[in-house]
Design a protein around this ligand. Structure first.
Ligand code: NAG
Ligand code: NAG
Ligand code: NAG
Ligand code: NAG
Ligand code: NAG
Ligand code: NAG
Ligand code: NAG
Length: 222
């Protein structure tokens, strides 16, 4: 008998509209998506000389000067959309190499930082699968059950459940690991279910299996 996996909903939280401040704002963006970097226009004096957006404090993306078209620098041509209305910049089709700090600075009689973002570009996490390992048992009341949670990018984590009198506990408590892409993989017991959870700051993929169902499957297959 094959184990049954119940694949649950995925939620993806994608933040595409951000309000900046001069404090460093952390932002997580899915690879390939766009992000709008902006700030309150009121934070900028009307008679400024130059407003620039830079990457990692060294590469200039765009500069704005009053009464002129924004200037987009060569490395960013086609990758950014500046707005003359409010000096925001849309970064398009973000890749891992675009991760870093984006700063907006305005020059009047002094220089001032008006917005600063720490952008981290992440891959979506892959779906997970939860399987019971074959094991022999002759009772539904008392058994040891091992489950393995695996991701499509071949990370996995195993956990043993000890069940007595229909009450199960997870040996060694919650199990977790961090995958190569920085996502976390967790296996934990909640009420009557075992949950495998693969998540990063952007999204999560989970599989939930009811222990009772697992026990029945285990019993049927033995
Ligand atoms: C700035 O302009 C962009 C593009 O027109 C718009 O999407 C965004 O909402 C504006 N932001 C603010 C803070 O006004
Ligand atoms: C930008 O800075 C971040 C650290 O803040 C660093 O991880 C990244 O490699 C830098 N990117 C480039 C292209 O220099
Ligand atoms: C930006 O965010 C990343 C991911 O959370 C973090 O590792 C990095 O240290 C942050 N960089 C700065 C300059 O705060
Ligand atoms: C489950 O494992 C524990 C310790 O590893 C052992 O003491 C117990 O007898 C096992 N129970 C069954 C039903 O195999
Ligand atoms: C099993 O649990 C039931 C109720 O939860 C209880 O009445 C019974 O005594 C328990 N049996 C053992 C062997 O612990
Ligand atoms: C676990 O069970 C308790 C009591 O029935 C309930 O309040 C709680 O929401 C459940 N937790 C989860 C994660 O389902
Ligand atoms: C999955 O793990 C993340 C990070 O630990 C947590 O925020 C989230 O609530 C978990 N989801 C479920 C369904 O337990």
């Amino acid at each position: 008998m094959e184990p049954i996996s119940i694949v649950c909903a995925v939620f993806l939280v994608y933040s595409s509209h951000l309000q900046g401040s001069s404090a460093l704002t952390p932002v997580f963006v899915q690879k390939g998506k766009d992000v709008l970097l902006e700030f309150m226009k009121a934070d900028v004096p009307e008679d400024f000389d130059l407003l620039s957006w830079t990457f990692n404090k060294s590469d200039t993306l765009v500069t704005f000067s009053p009464g002129r078209e924004p200037r987009v620098y060569a490395a960013y041509t086609g990758r950014v959309e500046p707005s003359v209305k409010n000096y925001s910049v849309k970064l398009k089709n973000l890749q891992e190499a675009d991760s870093g700090v984006y700063t907006a600075r305005v020059t009047t009689d002094k220089e001032q930082t008006v917005a600063e973002y720490n952008i981290t570009v992440q891959d979506p996490v892959s779906p997970v699968e939860l399987k019971k390992k074959n094991s022999v048992s002759n009772s539904l009341d008392s058994c040891n059950l091992t489950v393995t949670c695996s991701t499509q990018d071949s990370h996995h984590i195993s956990s043993t459940l000890r069940c007595d009198n229909q009450t199960c506990s997870q040996e060694g408590g919650e199990r977790s690991k961090v995958t190569t892409s920085g996502a976390s993989l967790l296996v934990y017991l909640v009420n009557d279910s075992i949950i495998c959870n693969h998540s990063n700051q952007l999204m999560e993929q989970t599989v939930t299996m009811f222990i009772l169902l697992l026990l029945v499957l285990l019993w049927l297959s033995s």
